[in-house]
Design a binder for this molecule. Structure first.
Ligand code: 9MR
Length: 355
C-alpha cells in the first residue's frame, strides 16, 4: 500500500468516527423529546455531516470572546481553522521562542464543541518573521530552521490537529514556483522536505498543499497537478490539496468541479479551504441572491466529488472579513452580515450540502 493510500484509509476511518460522534449526540438529544417535537432548524454542520463532509470556518482569535460570534462557530461548524494564530510569525516570532497560546485556545474551543481543527499553516512566504526571510541562512541552515519549525508545531498539536496546510501558496499565477526565501535558498525540494518533516512529527495528521486561484483549470492549477503527481510518484507523504476559493461574484470557474475531480482521481483528498465570494460595493439583494447560488454551487461541487472532504469558509461575518482591507471597493463576501445575521449565502451552503 502506498503511503498516501494508507493515509486515505486512516482518514476515512477518522471521518466516520467524527461524523458518528456528531450524529450520535444529535440522536441523543432527539430521543429525550416527548411526543411531536418542534424540530430545531438544521445547522450547516448537521447537513455537512449527513453528506459525509465537514464544514469549517476560519476563526478570528480576538472574536472568540464575543458570545454571539462563538456560539455561531460552535453550533454551525464541525471544523475550525485559525485565521492567523497558527502562522509562523505568531508561533515562532523569534528563533526558538514558541508561542502556542492562540492555537491552544482554538484547540480547547474545538474540543469543547466536538470539532475538528484544521491547521494553517506551516511553510508560507507571508506572515513569516524577518529572522527567517532575511536571516541570511544557507540552504542547509534554512532547511534545518524549516524542519525544526514544522517538528515543534506539528508535534505540539499531534493528535489534536486533523489536517495541516504544510505548504501554502507555493506558486505564482503563471504556474512557476514562487521565489520565496525557501524556494530561492533550498530549491524545490523544500516542499518534499516539509511534508516528510510533518509526517514524522504526526503520522496521523493529513498533510495538504494549499493555494489560491487554482480553483478552475488554468496554468496555476495545472502546475499544482504536476507537482502533486510528482510528489506522489516520489512517495512523499501528501494526503490532500486545498483550494482556497477566494472568489469574485459571477466569476466562479465553470470547470470548478472538474478541477476538484481530477485531483481526487489521483487518490488525494481535496478540500475547499478558504471560501468567500466578494461583491463590488454596494451589494444589492440581487447580488446577494447570486452569491447564495454560487456558494451553493461550490458546496455541491464538493459533495459531488468523492474525495472532497469538506468546505471551510474564510470567516463567518462581513464585519471581520479580510476582503475590504485587501480589495477596497469589495465586501459582503461572507455568509453572515456585519450584525451576525445569516445572509442568503447561508441557505446556499445549507442547500449545497443537501439540507
Ligand atoms: O484572513 C487573514 C488576514 O487576517 C491576514 O491579515 C492575512 C495576512 O496575509 O491573511 C489572511 O488569510 C489568508 C490565508 O492565511 C492564506 N490565504 C489567503 C488568506 C487571505 O489573505
Amino acid at each position: 500500500m502506498s503511503p498516501h493510500v494508507r493515509r486515505a484509509a486512516i482518514a476515512a476511518a477518522a471521518a466516520t468516527l467524527v461524523a458518528g460522534a456528531v450524529y450520535g449526540s444529535a440522536q441523543a438529544q432527539e430521543d429525550t423529546s416527548q411526543g411531536p417535537s418542534v424540530q430545531q432548524a438544521e445547522t450547516l454542520r448537521d447537513a455537512a455531516s449527513a453528506s459525509g463532509r465537514f464544514v469549517g470556518t476560519a476563526v478570528n482569535d480576538g472574536r472568540l470572546y464575543d458570545g454571539n460570534y462563538s456560539s455561531i462557530v460552535a453550533s454551525e461548524f464541525s471544523s475550525v481553522t485559525a485565521e492567523n494564530v497558527m502562522k509562523w510569525d505568531t508561533v515562532q516570532p523569534s528563533q526558538g521562542n514558541f508561542n502556542f497560546s492562540g492555537g491552544d485556545r482554538l484547540v480547547d474551543f474545538a474540543q469543547q464543541n466536538n470539532q475538528q481543527v484544521y491547521g494553517h499553516t506551516l511553510v508560507w512566504h507571508s506572515q513569516l518573521p524577518s529572522w527567517v526571510s532575511n536571516g541570511g541562512f544557507n540552504a542547509e541552515q534554512l532547511n534545518a530552521v524549516m524542519e525544526n519549525h514544522i517538528t515543534e508545531v506539528v508535534s505540539h498539536y499531534a493528535g489534536q490537529v486533523a489536517y495541516w496546510d504544510v505548504v501554502n501558496e507555493a506558486f505564482n499565477d503563471d504556474g512557476t514556483l514562487r521565489q520565496s526565501v525557501f524556494q530561492q535558498t533550498i530549491g524545490e525540494e523544500y516542499i518534499a522536505n516539509a511534508f516528510r518533516a510533518a509526517d514524522a512529527a504526526d503520522p496521523n495528521a493529513k498533510l495538504c498543499i494549499n493555494d489560491y486561484s487554482t480553483d478552475g483549470i488554468n496554468a496555476k492549477s495545472n502546475a499544482m497537478y504536476d507537482l502533486v503527481s510528482s510528489l506522489l510518484d516520489q512517495g512523499v507523504p501528501i494526503d490532500c490539496v486545498g483550494f482556497q476559493s477566494h472568489l469574485i461574484l459571477d466569476q466562479l470557474p465553470s470547470d470548478y468541479q472538474e478541477n476538484l475531480q481530477r485531483f481526487s482521481d489521483l487518490g488525494l483528498e481535496v478540500i475547499v479551504t478558504e471560501l468567500d465570494i466578494r461583491i463590488q460595493d454596494p451589494a444589492d439583494s440581487s447580488d446577494l441572491q447570486r452569491q447564495a447560488e454560487q456558494y451553493q454551487q461550490v458546496v455541491s461541487s464538493c459533495v459531488a466529488v468523492s474525495g472532497c472532504a469538506g468546505v471551510t469558509v474564510w470567516g463567518i461575518s462581513d464585519a471581520d472579513s479580510w476582503v475590504p482591507g485587501t480589495f477596497p471597493g469589495y465586501g459582503a463576501a461572507c455568509p453572515w452580515d456585519e450584525y451576525l445575521q445569516p445572509k442568503p449565502a447561508y441557505d446556499g451552503i445549507l442547500t449545497g450540502f443537501g439540507g
